[in-house]
Design a protein around this ligand. Structure first.
Ligand code: ACO
Length: 389
């Protein structure tokens, strides 16, 4: 084929390309449904614990009562080891002067990796536990370090989600805060072949190591078009400040060619179902905790205005609220600083990344799409050099 000819196979951004089969999650963009390992995401987020959901994704089945007890026990022991590893790297983290993403990246990079990935499930689950608990310990400890507060070791009697809040805030969390955060983490646990999961699978395809897959995925997640959106969502609502400023502010944003953070999705053409799960959790939380309802109402007004303006200015697109909008609301309500929104996304999503890595190992092929060359053909280097002399 002439390289200048457009290829019918070329799909910019791999849009619509099915690059893998998975048992882990089903994202139905037309109907706004999300199924995680066979369970409706909403149902899982309400009723399963974080540990049970991780077990489900990593083994493909619900834990029995006995399996649940022993899995939780190993989880707690692994969290203790993650704290020990953190303590060793803590003096070095000081150099990052409170840059939370850098600090977590460096801590995760310091975890011990095996030479190559092998499809050995038992060993893999232990390594996956180490990385998962490290994201939680690292996020809480690095944040406190950056705030010039003493990092707090995990409480050996607490579950994963409560422990995170305890290590971050230094006090025992309320059951409502734990439930709200657990719902958030389970809502973002896995989501098809999103950018960070794809990154993890590409790295796994080369048979690199588990730590590298999580680290690569974390790097992809950081971008503002992926997991970096909820911080800017909160800033946007705060900057808008009052209901009457919403319309001119958002109109100006669109007219100057900017995107409204927390809206739009590659797959969903209807409202992101995760936004619904988190909207309900946020509403319940704000009501029950008597947290500022003014802020919640302002956010609702911003959402309605943004949807109206997006329908008006991009009528041929179906741009709806995505998960990040309500992530910002819910996490802000729980008292999580906005700089931690992206790391917290990773605290949940790491479970999905690692499950995808294991699944990828069942495929012996490396992931290697083609590209189409659209640059010039100059002929010989030698000829060009002579002409120039
Ligand atoms: N605000 C304004 N315009 C938008 C928005 C938005 N939030 N989202 C898409 N558009 C417009 C684009 O400007 C583009 O317009 P054009 O065709 O006139 O140039 C059109 O819609 C299509 O944009 P694409 O980037 O091709 O759409 P895609 O489906 O690939 O993008 C994405 C999805 C990246 C999420 C986009 O909607 C976006 O940037 N949203 C804002 C950032 C955000 O909220 N990210 C979090 C996503 S959820 C997650 O990753 C967990």
């Amino acid at each position: 084929m002439n390289p200048a000819e457009p290829s019918s196979n070329f799909r910019p951004g791999l849009n619509g390309v099915i690059a893998t089969e998975t048992h882990l999650s089903h994202v139905d963009g037309q109907n706004g449904n999300l199924v995680i390992a066979g369970y409706e995401a909403d149902n899982l987020a309400r009723h399963a614990s974080f540990e049970e959901a991780a077990y489900l994704l990593w083994t493909g089945k619900r834990p029995t009562k006995e399996a649940n007890i022993s899995f939780r026990q190993s989880w707690k022991e692994t969290t203790r080891s993650s704290w020990t590893t953190w303590s060793k790297i803590e003096p070095f983290i000081e150099t990052f002067q409170g840059n939370i993403m850098e600090s977590i990246r460096v801590y995760i990079a310091s975890l011990q990796a095996r030479d190559t990935l092998k499809p050995n499930k038992e060993q893999w689950i232990q390594d996956a536990l180490s990385i998962t608990s490290a994201f939680s310990v690292g996020t809480a400890a690095a944040w406190r370090k950056g705030q010039k507060q003493t990092p707090i070791p995990p409480d050996p009697n607490m579950d994963h989600v409560s422990n995170f809040l305890y290590m971050l805030q230094g006090e025992y969390p309320t059951p409502k805060a734990v439930d709200a955060l657990k719902r958030y983490l389970l809502t973002v646990l896995d989501h098809g072949l999103n950018a960070s999961t794809f990154t993890a699978r590409v790295i796994a395809g080369t048979r690199s190591d588990l730590v590298s897959t999580a680290l690569g995925a974390f790097g992809a997640l950081k971008g503002p078009l992926h997991g970096g959106a909820p911080g800017p969502v909160l800033e946007m609502i705060q900057e808008i400040g009052t209901k009457d400023r919403a319309e001119p502010y958002l109109r100006n944003l669109l007219e100057s060619g900017n995107r409204i953070m927390g809206f739009g999705h590659r797959i969903y053409r209807v409202r992101d179902p995760r936004a619904d799960i988190l909207a309900e959790a946020a509403e319940t939380f704000y009501e029950s905790e008597n947290t500022s309802s003014d802020f919640y109402e302002l956010a609702m007004h911003v959402e309605r205005t943004a949807l109206q303006l997006l329908a008006e200015t991009k009528p041929d697109r179906s741009i709806k609220t995505n998960v990040e909008f309500y992530t910002a609301l819910l996490l802000n309500g729980i008292g999580i600083p906005s700089q931690l929104f992206t790391p917290l996304f990773a605290v949940g999503r790491v479970v999905g990344w690692l499950a995808h890595v294991m699944e990828q190992l069942e495929d012996p092929r490396i992931i290697r799409p083609d590209s189409r060359y659209i640059g010039p053909f100059h002929g010989s280097w030698l000829k060009d050099s002579k002409e120039k002399r």
